[in-house]
Design a protein around this ligand. Structure first.
Ligand code: SAH
Ligand code: SF4
Ligand code: F3S
Length: 442
């Protein structure tokens, strides 16, 4: 049995793809190992969203090639860098044996067979098989209790800074009947929480309505949310929502169904209309605010989280101050912030990257103060409350402290034994440190 080591960079979609890659390999008689030194095949499932993410690949290949034991191991590059770079990867980084694009991952076993023992490279950037299997084997899920379920792949939005539409291709929605069947299977296997995932989940638009006929909703996505809620699975989360397509009916669906979690991730990217236009985001600050007013008015106390980019080409101090103001107004419960990173092949790459690294850093740090404060305030609201936490695993530091998420996606650490793993438990929040809550079982 050949041993395969698989390392994943990037977003949840990549994590989910890796789960299916491991599922395929397992079914074809390979053994997945976490020990790269003894592996005969080393796979990197890569991300290209920022320069740093792409760089990780080259660093890791260099490291692997230096380790003696691995000299004979096959190295395969999969995912977004693979799709974008194609053939050029063989020149860019020595020692790569094969390259498999984002939609070719179902053919991982043929890629290995085609390169094993032959001193030649192999590349497949082709389309997905018509009968591609989306479900993941129980053993290969990243968690026994939490599962990712892709509902839409690709992206048609072409925000000017973003490489994803090029690495992932056009949007394609999975049939609702397939999604619902997967959720029912996961529920039967004891999964407590599912994440419906996609670059833009609320752009969900399947070719037919099969599976959704009995559900109301203003958009296919809000009908899907109600259909998935009806499976009775305990928790349903969904990321990422695209602001332009965020219909208020999504909030109504959350209000009506307790198992639709009170968390919306809605990346705003900038607080300046001028910059949003240059980013081609398709939303203005006014309509973003209208959406969050609806979210904030929900009876469910919905947690609102976002992504922000600082230092987009042409971002002036006034544009940046608008972003600071927006962050102060929105009081985000959690955030991801990035410095703009020019990506070759995107329209923004043609613009001068004119905000200096020093200014980017200064803006990053200034905005971070504001975002950290609202995140801390949001966590503090949980103090002394008794909340429901899904016990997902051990906290990174010790084995007698468990860690898990609230429905609102806040993280809680609490003292408990491993017998509680996989259960949704009542925890009284006793302490709040910078970005984590601590509590005691009640
Ligand atoms: N589809 C999602 C985001 C997917 S990429 C959406 O539109 O909201 C995740 C995040 O990476 C983006 O929200 C953006 O904040 C960031 N990002 C994407 N391209 C980037 C770039 N070139 N430089 C810096 N950050 C970028
Ligand atoms: Fe990238 Fe925009 Fe698509 Fe999100 S919506 S993946 S930021 S192009
Ligand atoms: Fe990265 Fe590709 Fe995801 S570029 S963020 S792994 S879609």
């Amino acid at each position: 049995m050949k041993k395969v080591y698989l390392e994943t960079f990037g977003c949840q979609m990549n994590v989910s793809d890796s789960e299916r890659i491991a599922t395929t390999l397992e079914a074809d008689g390979y053994q997945i190992t976490s020990d790269e030194d003894s592996a005969e095949v080393i796979l990197f499932n890569t991300c290209s969203v920022r320069e740093k993410a792409e760089h990780k690949l080259y660093t890791r290949i260099g490291q692997v090639r230096k380790t003696k034991q691995n000299q004979s191991a096959l190295i395969g590059v999969l995912g977004c860098v693979a799709q974008l770079e194609g053939e050029t990867l063989f020149q860019k980084s020595e020692g790569i044996d094969f390259v498999l694009g984002t939609k070719a991952v179902g053919r991982i076993s043929s890629a290995i067979e085609n390169t094993s023992g032959r001193h030649q490279t192999y590349i497949d950037l082709g389309e997905r098989e018509a009968n591609y299997e989306w479900s993941v084997s129980e053993k290969q899920r990243h968690s026994p209790y939490v599962a990712f379920v892709p509902i839409i792949e690709g992206c048609n939005k072409f925000c000017t800074y973003c490489i994803v539409p090029f690495s992932r291709g056009r949007e394609r929605s999975l049939p609702a009947s397939n999604i619902i069947r997967q959720v029912l299977d996961l529920r039967r296997q004891g999964v407590k929480e599912i994440h419906l995932i996609g670059q833009n989940v609320n752009s969900y638009r399947p070719k037919t309505d099969t599976g959704l006929e009995n559900f109301v909703g203003a958009t296919p996505f809000s009908r899907l949310l109600r259909a998935v809620a009806a499976t009775g699975i305990e928790r349903i989360k969904f990321t990422t929502s695209f602001p332009r397509d965020f219909h208020p009916d999504i909030v109504d669906a959350i209000d009506e169904n307790e198992n639709l979690c009170n968390w919306v991730h809605l990346p705003v990217q900038s607080g300046s209309d001028r910059i949003l236009k240059a980013m081609r985001r398709g939303h203005t600050i006014e309509n973003y605010l209208r959406r969050i007013d609806k979210i904030r008015a929900s009876r469910r106390d919905i947690s609102l989280t976002t992504d922000i980019i600082v230092g987009f080409p042409g971002e002036t101090i006034e544009d940046f101050q608008d972003t600071v103001k927006l962050a102060e107004y929105c009081q985000f419960d959690m955030y991801y912030m990035f410095k703009y990173s020019p990506r070759p092949g995107t329209p923004a790459f043609e613009l001068p990257d004119d905000v200096s690294p020093k200014t980017k850093t200064e803006r990053f740090l200034e905005l971070e103060q504001v975002l950290k404060r609202s995140q801390f305030n949001s966590l503090q609201k949980e103090l002394n409350k008794t909340v429901k936490v899904l016990a997902e695993g051990f906290s990174s530091r010790t084995n007698d402290i468990l860690s898990g998420h609230l429905a609102s996606h806040k993280i809680v650490n609490f003292e408990a034994g491993k017998e509680l793993l996989g259960q949704i438990v009542n925890v009284k929040i006793t302490e709040c440190k910078s970005n984590t809550l601590f509590g005691k079982i009640v």
